[in-house]
Design a protein around this ligand. Sequence first.
Ligand code: COD
Length: 300
Amino acid sequence: MLKTMDDIMKKAQSVRKRKLSVAVAQDLEVLTAVDNAFKNNIIDPILVGDEEAIKKIAAENNIDISNWQIMDEKDDSKAALQAVKNVSSGNADMIMKGLVSTSVFLKAVLNREFGLRTGRLLSHVAVVENANYHKLLAVTDAAMNIAPDLSAKIDIVKNAAKVMTALGIERPKVAPVCAVETVNPAMEATLHAAAISKMSDRGQLKGCIVDGPLALDNAVSKKAAEHKGIVSEVAGDADIILLPDIEAGNVLYKALVFLADVKLAAIIVGAKAPVVLTSRADSDETKLRSIALAASCVLD
Ligand code: COD
């Protein structure tokens, strides 16, 4: 079982080297992360974007891109689509969002003709290493599905469980987190949480254990759960936090990045190939870890 981000880096270095297609690559953090992933033998890049700007940033920051393939495309939407096409045509194994808005990038990923659709739901999974928690923790969905209904949440759970299983966690424990740990008909998220948990009890969700609603404190702290008298296999030991919607997901993600001392990696799963999706404000270290997480989750 992988326990740290270093473990994820090591796993990414131990598997086949991936070809990474980068959409709108003219950004220092993106190029630094790609350079480090290249030097760590995790990927060979194809950079799509404004070639002149890419070369300028690389030259100013001593990043040697002389052996990397560059595809010149100044328009962001076209660059995102070209980066996607590199994967759907089989010329790359995974794709990464660069200096482009998430929705423009995701629309290219979902493109009907050239996109990476599989017929399944695509969703965002962030994996976090935090000194205050005893293991890696996945947070989903902070960036793709805006207001998932019950069936979308079931798919979001399945996607996150696949990621954690790829990291060696046999039956990840899923906490559907709400504002309260009791079912309140006025809070729809608690109804979703209860329904998914019952499906889990009845064996309708394979490969993971779901129990909720839980509040965030009792999902990650046994003490908080005991204090409230909650008896649950998941409470205090969650591997996956399922958030009610993109607002809660994104706020938790940004709170972890900006207010806590965490190491984080983020990808989109459910597509034909792993998608590295970090926020433009994320550091090059987060982007590097995200490339490593994506490489660790490609199933050969
Ligand atoms: N998985 C699979 N297919 C999907 C998904 C998904 N998660 N979302 C949409 N689709 C398919 C639909 O079935 C449909 O066929 C087509 O895509 C268009 O669907 P719409 O009209 O609902 O979606 P779009 O194209 O308007 O937007 C899809 C986005 C993913 C771009 C949208 O949901 C979005 O903007 N999400 C939030 C992105 C964001 O701003 N994140 C900010 C945090 S970083």
